[in-house]
Design a protein around this ligand. Structure first.
Ligand code: MYR
Length: 131
């Protein structure tokens, strides 16, 4: 289950990913140490996510398979949906500014939540621990 509070512990290739996303160096440096914390509440196919970081706090509601809008911390707007594939959450989002696709997955592995990202050929991960 994804429910619970998760604090980012480490990143893998996240700066390269942000660079591919077009995020400038100053923002990348800040974002690499954003102290991101997410609290996930899952009820069937409905999710409530509280996100907090050095940049902001926000709450997101979504239903599996149903499109919703999400603004990244730098203001880039995405539209897309999460679906469940086995034990994995899979998100396919489209950037509103350029139409390009960002894919992301979440899976619980042991006591960690692993979120992977792909954008235009660059893969990254953020790994969270329960907190
Ligand atoms: C959620 O489930 O937490 C809300 C929806 C998340 C949408 C997709 C996340 C992509 C975030 C990309 C951040 C990349 C920064 C370069």
């Amino acid at each position: 289950t994804f429910s619970g509070t998760w604090k980012v512990d480490r990143n893998d290739n996240y700066e390269k990913f942000m660079e591919q996303m077009g995020i400038n160096m100053v923002k990348r440096k800040l974002a690499a140490h954003d102290n991101l914390k997410i609290t996930i509440e899952q009820n069937g196919d409905k999710f409530h996510v509280k996100e907090s970081s050095n940049f902001r706090t926000l709450e997101i509601d979504f239903t599996l398979g149903v499109n919703f809008e999400y603004s990244m911390a730098d203001g880039t707007e995405l539209s897309g949906a999460w679906t469940m594939e086995g034990d994995m959450l899979k998100g396919i989002f489209t950037r509103k500014d350029n139409g390009k696709t960002l894919t992301t997955t979440r899976i619980v592995q042991g006591d960690e939540l692993v979120q992977s990202y792909n954008y235009e050929g660059v893969d990254a991960k953020r790994i969270y621990k329960r907190g």
